[in-house]
Design a protein around this ligand. Structure first.
Ligand SMILES: CC(C)(COP(=O)(O)OP(=O)(O)OC[C@H]1O[C@@H](n2cnc3c(N)ncnc32)[C@H](O)[C@@H]1OP(=O)(O)O)[C@@H](O)C(=O)NCCC(=O)NCCS
Length: 197
């Protein structure tokens, strides 16, 4: 059950909050996706708040069916970006999930980009029981390509526009071990985090 996952537990310094189909979250997504420094490698999306509310309403039906999860990333008491788990299906004969729509505006809290990626794999592998992750990134998005390379994602194809990846449970285990510092900094009770910073 995704709602009981530790990654969604709001007592921690950093956690994921399921987005609502309301004006506040619609406006937040519109703001992020219309920011030119952030949207260069994103698919164009609805840029009016009303259109975004409409999109979120349809998303909420997919969420209720367990087909997709769209989150605000919350840390230090504020929304710090968004990220999405979606496209649950069989790929290469394995139950597979995709994650993406990842936007975190600068200045970024230390460790939070890595911790967010860990949460995506924790939800996909540990909580939802998928056997694999498949995802893609724009070939020109050098930052995210380098990030996926550092986390150990495997390139399985590329076109002029996109690079295609697979990520397996053993890749997640290695990435999780290498990210112990980020996990320790973010999976800490909020009051303790305030006291130690
Ligand atoms: C995607 C996005 C959230 C990534 O954030 P970013 O800060 O640009 O990513 P970086 O790879 O530079 O940094 C992420 C982490 O890698 C680390 N890192 C960066 N370069 C590194 C290097 N050469 N060696 C080791 N670590 C490195 C950073 O310190 C950071 O660590 P932390 O998580 O512990 O704080 C952000 O660029 C964004 O919102 N982009 C716009 C939207 C977008 O294009 N999304 C991707 C499509 S899904």
């Amino acid at each position: 059950m995704i709602h009981a996952a530790p990654g969604l537990d709001s007592r921690y310094r950093s956690y994921l909050r399921l987005l609502n189909a309301d004006e506040r979250d619609a406006r937040y997504i519109c703001e992020l996706r219309s920011e030119e420094t952030l949207n260069r490698y994103l698919n164009p999306s609805n840029n009016t708040v009303a259109d975004q509310v409409h999109w979120l309403n349809a998303y909420k039906e997919r969420e209720a069916e367990g087909k997709e999860y769209y989150f605000a990333i919350v840390s230090d008491g504020a929304d710090q970006g968004v990220v999405r788990l979606y496209d649950f299906r069989e790929v290469d004969g394995k139950r597979s999930f995709q994650w993406g729509s990842f936007i975190m505006p600068a200045p970024r809290i230390k460790g939070l980009v890595t911790y967010t990626a860990i949460l995506m794999y924790e939800l996909g592998f540990d909580i939802l029981g998928f056997e694999q992750s498949h995802f893609e990134a724009r070939a020109a998005n050098a930052t995210i390509l380098a990030f996926h390379e550092r986390e150990g994602a495997r390139i399985v194809g590329r076109t002029e526009q996109d690079v295609f990846y697979r990520f397996y449970p053993e890749d997640y285990r290695r990435f999780r071990e290498a990210s112990a510092g980020q996990i320790a900094a973010h999976r800490v009770k909020a009051s303790a985090a305030t006291a130690t910073r």
